[in-house]
Design a protein around this ligand. Structure first.
Ligand code: NAD
Ligand code: UGA
Length: 463
């Protein structure tokens, strides 16, 4: 079999960009991305605004859409005609029931597997693209086999995704590696070869790494756990720096120059956010607990605990610096996305910081270049559980100058490039005095700001 048609179930941050780049690089393959959400599919088919912001993505979608890339809500026919089906649905943390707050909720994966079981005929390769617990492929296979039609057969592969938001297109075009896990049977290995062939349209074969399914599933959780662990490690040291006079940027530089350690992911910050680090580590912790490995579970739990500590340390520093009270003070929050170059706010540290300050009675003036105002309001409503507070005490602005005008303090929560080059002289002139800046991303020129008259606080440096 040569793969001619691909279906991707789930048109989100992973399914959309992955299939767009795949369609660009595989003009001989027809790719249909399907979703239950009519709105999301309509946005993928729009020329104005895609449902997610990713640099370079619109150009690729416009080049491929209608040629060999299609976005549709007709899940059934896309499944029927596909040779290979990606499951790229969300796998959030469970919010109730067994494993609440830690285990991955596999209801969407199960839903997708059931749709495949009901509608597929012939031989299909089903690929787990979503991040899942170890041995999830077994559950998918059980669902498919229990509903097997006489004329259908399946191979399940694990092919976790490593793209990061904000750099998704470049990450997909120049992946460090593509991981494919499959069964060690002849049929399993043939399916692995088929999927490798798709990626080898643009990824060198030396970077397509194959292994057994469970190793592949665990490697995804391990990679995210290692990345988050580095951030928690440097953030833990940032507290030591603030207490001693060491500078965390200098420490990170010195440590990262060791080629065994390397310089990446050592940027101390207000804390990591995003839809995956916390969810995937919690999932790993839960798996370890279920496997009766409490020491391993406790080890990884610390990465999350340190992140919580970092976020609360930063929010408390804002309050204590402002004479221990922010009640009725106006505070500008610059950046609400969990990192630059995305409009995604899932688990953004800005939500934590804003919620903390609202609970202390502050009035917030929030600006983010890409996050939709209704998203900010929704996030704060669900984290404060008090729409009145949000209605009364939150104003969303469309630029940084209006957000900072007449405020007592300015907090940088996201490292957007445009915040580096703002006219801080003008901002200082328009703020209440004494004017405070809290740089949660370490992107500003602190000496320059102090010379302008600002009181500056940042992460990992005694000011
Ligand atoms: P997302 O929430 O943006 O998108 C998931 C989509 O799946 C939604 O649009 C939802 O409507 C759709 N969906 C759910 N059930 C469906 C069904 N039965 N049929 C059709 N559509 C269905 O999620 P995401 O950020 O793209 O993440 C997807 C998976 O990829 C997760 O497991 C995540 O951990 C993993 N991942 C995410 C990233 C990232 O940067 N966001 C990176 C690597 C891996
Ligand atoms: C992360 C991983 O980098 C991807 O490889 C993975 O595929 C993805 O999770 C996933 O599984 O969802 P993402 O969350 O999109 O990607 O973004 P990152 O660049 O990893 O940043 C995560 C958070 O850590 C952000 O809040 C960022 O600001 C913060 N961060 C990152 C730091 O505080 N310091 C750093 O040095 C790096």
């Amino acid at each position: 079999m040569v793969i001619q048609k691909i279906c991707c179930i789930g048109a989100g941050y992973v399914g959309g960009p992955t299939c767009s780049v795949m369609a660009l690089k595989c003009p001989d393959i027809e790719i249909t991305v399907v979703d239950l959400s009519k709105d999301r599919i309509a946005q993928w088919n729009s020329n104005e605004k895609l449902p997610i912001f990713e640099p370079g993505l619109m150009e690729i979608v416009q080049q491929c859409r209608g040629r060999n890339l299609f976005f549709s809500t007709d899940i059934v026919s896309a499944i029927r005609k596909a040779d290979l089906i990606f499951i790229s649905v969300n796998t959030p943390t469970k919010t109730f029931g067994m494993g609440k707050g830690r285990a991955a909720d596999l209801k969407y994966v199960e839903g997708a597997a059931r749709m495949i079981a009901e509608n597929a005929e012939g031989n299909k390769i089903v690929v787990e693209k979503s991040t899942v617990p170890v041995r999830a492929a077994e559950s998918i296979m059980n669902i498919l086999k229990a509903n097997n039609k006489p004329n259908s057969s399946y191979q399940i592969l694990s092919n976790p995704e490593f793209l990061a938001e904000g750099t998704a297109v470049q990450d997909l075009l120049h992946a460090d590696r593509v991981l494919i896990g499959g069964e060690e049977t002849a049929e399993g290995q043939e399916a692995v070869r088929q999927l490798s062939w798709v990626y080898e349209h643009w990824i060198p074969s030396s970077k397509v790494v194959t292994m057994n399914t469970w190793s592949s599933e665990l490697s995804k959780l391990a990679a995210n756990a290692f990345l988050a662990q580095r951030i928690s490690s440097i953030n833990s040291l940032s507290a030591v720096c603030e207490a001693t006079g060491a500078d965390v940027s200098e420490v990170a530089r010195a440590v990262g120059l060791d080629t065994r350690i390397g310089p990446k992911f050592l940027q101390a910050s207000v804390g990591f956010g995003g839809s995956c680090f916390q969810k995937d580590i919690l999932n790993l912790v839960y798996i370890c607990e279920c496997l009766n490995l409490p020491h391993v579970a406790a080890y990884w739990q610390q990465v999350i605990d340190m992140n919580e500590y970092q976020k609360s340390r930063f929010a408390e520093k804002v309050v204590s610096s402002l004479f221990n009270t922010v009640t009725d003070k106006r505070i500008a929050v610059l950046g609400f996305a969990f990192k630059k170059n995305t409009g995604d706010t899932r688990e953004s540290p800005a939500i934590y910081v804003s919620t903390h300050l609202l609970a202390e009675g502050a009035h917030l003036h929030i600006y983010d270049p890409k996050v939709e105002p209704h998203q900010i309001v929704d996030d704060l409503n669900s984290s404060t559980m008090d729409p009145d507070i949000v209605n009364r005490n939150v104003v969303i602005h469309s630029d940084a100058y209006s957000a900072t005008k007449n405020t007592h303090a300015l907090i940088v929560c996201t490292e957007w490039d445009e915040f580096v080059t703002l006219d801080y002289e003008k901002i200082y002139a328009d703020m209440m005095k004494p004017a405070y800046i809290f740089d949660g991303r370490k992107i500003l020129d602190h000496d320059f700001l102090q010379n302008l008259g600002f009181h500056v606080q940042t992460i990992g440096k005694k000011m």
